[in-house]
Design a protein around this ligand. Structure first.
Ligand code: GCW
Length: 745
């Protein structure tokens, strides 16, 4: 801890010096100086003069009880933030001293009596606190004994930390300090990141360098970065992190790794973040401590109980386990003729005495019985998770949550919401989003995922034949089964954390939506842009414009109209719709698009796999008919002839081609917009983004050309009039290989 504090102090001094310089020479210097992105959205750069004067008057000192690590983290963050924005360290005001103009008062008001005396609007504050729950906060500019102050109040320590971050966010966005009035609380109790980080520091689907967890050096060498990781997450309200890959190794539960996990937990704890581990089903067997991994074998259950006890001895607030079982070759209870509930409940019982939970993944799909056949539902990968899990609804222990990917295939650029949402009323569900962009151009392509997350969270499942968005399903408002949300992290050891500046926005957007799934992705982009670059509309507006068109652009140049899973084998980068020779039928792109002379698309209606029947009747009816299926899901649910008429009168073939062209044009527009930002963005980040956009443009062309060449080959149709022919032959695209692509294997 001492070491960490020294690190904080050192960073504070550097930040102060930098800010003083910027203050002296004017803000234009801020644009010239390089930024490496390490500070994320918590940059706290010196404010423009007028705002600085206002804030200096409104924030002269901080009054905080500083009696717990979390409250100390809150006041340290306020100090850091104000020192940065004001280029002056605020005073520390002793608790219980008389109100002084411009004091920022941290008040933990578990009891109303703990609010400062003589508070101007104490009644309103109390009302808000009554609604704030265990994690919410109230922040407002008010008066105490007639003196203007800022009150940050909460029912808990963590609420104070969240409130402090919320206030700092407003200030960074240029809000007038005397106008700030916030009252908020998270919608979901469980807001976690899933790291797919291996113990050797490689990261599955990671594009930002090595894992931030330096397992080798832990537990005695603790990287100060862990604390900055905690700050960034706490600033969003993320309150849990699963440290290791769901493709887990048995060793993570060895005493040595439990000690390493405990060291990380110690750093994250003050920031309200619990640690969880992914566990491998067969751990006791592999460690040779049992002779089977059958969940109904008492020796196996006893082993897990002992293991849980051992973990909680060193990590009393350990969160629990995340499990990938009987999925993609991972062992699981089905190896012993048991089902997912048998497995999950056995682990849940080991954790229950410690209040731990099990997040059991529903990402399962079995090899289809007949290769290249999707006629029956069982042959459709998209239908298999539902078929295995729906019958288990209500069979899980209370501390089990079933974790479901946003869509039924696998983190595609666009998928309809997974049919399990709304279909398991007696089971709490966790949404699993992928923040890292496995199928969306890694950290190279600029794709803002806010709209993707929002689209799924707002998807109306029509469960119970009434409006019921996925977000409401997670919140469990109906039945008391409150779920959660998980994001597969895009964080690594690269200096800017996420491999590219704009990928920071995906971490940010995930966290903000985890806090409040009803937030608008454009508003989130605006917040992120304001803090990451500048709140000035000349900067933030074009940044937001780029972000907001980026996801649809990627869908268009990769997988328009409901196409999916046509990416390169293994690494999933770039187009490979022609691949048809992989070990499992449902790993092949041809399985998903089914393009031939006659048409294209996966028939999931009653004439095909009938996966559509897994949705609530209202939704199923809409998706069963191409005329009522939203065009963006058309080929997800239907196999249609190439001359099928789209609503705009074009043939399907012409429409597919137009989408590919539009995707490329959108990237060109994003690139042009970015160039206009040159005067406003520091050279280092500007150039990095510019290079990535140039590469994205080349690769959007590649996607377009390769897919048009291939689908034309399949359809045998001429290119629609006026359409540019692909730059190379289909053979050329087929021959491309990508050895050593990052993030897999
Ligand atoms: O998205 C796919 C990935 C695998 C991943 C798997 C899963 C961790 O290609 O790399 O494995 O899904 O979610 O389990």
């Amino acid at each position: 801890m001492e070491r960490l504090l020294r690190h904080v102090r050192a960073r504070l001094m550097v930040a102060l010096a930098l800010n003083a310089l910027l203050g002296l020479f004017g803000t234009h210097l801020a644009h010239a100086a390089g930024e490496d992105g390490y500070d994320l959205w918590l940059r706290y750069r010196a404010l423009p003069a007028a705002q600085r004067t206002a804030l200096a008057a409104a924030a002269t000192g901080i009054q905080s009880p500083d009696d717990t690590p979390t409250v100390r983290a809150a006041s340290a963050e306020l100090k850091r933030g104000l020192a940065g924005m004001l280029a002056r360290v605020p005073d520390a005001i002793p608790v219980n001293s008389r109100a002084r103009v411009g004091t920022v008062v941290l008040a933990r008001a578990g009891l109303p009596a703990n609010l400062p005396a003589d508070l101007a609007d104490a009644d309103a504050v109390r009302r808000h606190l009554a609604a704030a729950g265990a994690e919410g906060y109230v922040v407002r500019h008010t008066r105490q004994g007639g003196v203007p102050i800022t009150l940050i109040a909460a029912n808990s320590d963590i609420g104070l930390l969240y409130g402090s971050f919320a206030w700092l966010r407003q200030l960074q966005l240029g809000a007038a300090p005397d106008r700030i009035a916030l009252a908020d609380k998270p919608a979901l109790p469980l807001r976690v990141l899933n790291h797919w980080d291996n113990l050797d520091r490689t990261v599955e689907r990671g594009y930002a360098g090595e894992s931030i967890w330096n397992w080798w050096e832990l537990p005695n060498i603790v990287d100060p970065r862990y604390m900055d990781y905690a700050r960034a997450n706490a600033s969003l309200g993320i309150n849990g992190t699963v440290l290791n890959n769901v493709n887990a190794k048995a060793e993570v539960l060895s005493p040595a790794f439990i000690a390493k996990t405990a060291a990380i937990a110690d750093v994250l704890r003050p920031y309200g973040i619990r640690v969880y581990l992914s566990v491998r089903w067969s751990t006791p067997l592999e460690l040779k401590e049992t002779t089977t991994a059958d969940p109904l074998d008492p020796a196996v259950a006893a082993w897990w109980t002992r293991k849980a006890d051992e973990i909680y001895r060193t990590i009393p607030d350990f969160g629990g386990f995340l499990v990938k079982a009987n999925s993609e070759g991972q062992p699981g209870p089905q190896d012993y003729g048991r089902n997912h509930a048998d497995g999950a409940n056995m682990l849940a019982r080991a954790l229950a005495p410690h209040k731990g939970i099990v997040m059991w993944r529903a990402f399962v799909y079995n090899p289809p019985a007949h290769p290249n056949q999707g006629r029956e539902r069982s042959g459709d990968r998209a239908a298999q998770a539902y078929d295995q899990f729906k019958p288990l609804d209500g069979k899980f222990d209370r501390n089990v949550l079933v974790q479901v990917k946003n869509g039924a295939i696998d983190f595609q650029p666009r998928e309809p919401a997974h049919p399990l949402f709304g279909a398991m009323p007696d089971t709490p569900l966790v949404m699993e989003f992928q923040v890292t962009k496995e199928y969306l151009g890694f950290a190279t392509h600029l794709v803002y995922l806010g709209p993707l997350f929002q689209e799924t969270l707002r998807f109306d499942t029509r469960a119970g034949n009434k409006p019921m968005t996925v977000a409401r399903v997670l919140e469990g408002t109906q039945d008391g089964h409150v779920g959660g949300i998980a994001g597969v992290a895009n964080i690594g050891a690269s200096r800017n954390w996420t491999g590219s500046t704009f990928d920071q926005a995906n971490w940010y957007a995930y966290g903000r939506l985890a806090w409040n799934p009803d937030l608008d992705s454009r508003a989130i982009a605006r917040e992120w842009a304001g803090q990451t670059f500048a709140p000035d509309a000349r900067v933030a507006d074009p940044v937001v414009a780029i972000m907001m068109r980026s996801r649809e652009a990627a869908v268009d140049y990769m997988t328009p109209l409901g196409l999916h899973h046509i990416m390169g084998t293994g690494h999933h980068y770039g187009p490979a719709p022609w691949v048809d020779d992989l070990g499992r039928a449902d790993w092949n792109p041809v399985y998903y698009h089914r393009a031939d002379r006659n048409g294209i698309g996966f028939d999931r209606t009653s004439k095909g796999s009938n996966a559509v029947a897994q949705y609530a009747p209202d939704v199923a009816r809409r998706f069963a008919d191409p005329a009522t299926t939203p065009p963006e899901f058309l080929l997800w649910f239907h196999h249609l002839p190439w001359d099928y008429r789209m609503p705009d009168g074009r043939t399907l073939w012409a429409d597919i081609v137009a989408h590919y062209d539009h995707g490329v044009a959108e990237v060109a527009a994003m690139q042009a917009d970015w160039q206009r930002l040159r005067p406003f963005v520091d050279v280092q980040r500007f150039d990095d983004v510019a290079q990535r956009l140039a590469q994205q443009r080349r690769e959007a062309e590649w996607w377009r050309d390769a897919c048009i060449a291939y689908f034309q080959h399949q359809s045998g149709l001429p290119l629609p009039a006026g359409v540019r022919a692909p730059a190379q032959s289909l053979e050329y695209y087929r021959k491309q290989t990508f050895p050593f692509a990052p993030g897999h294997g």
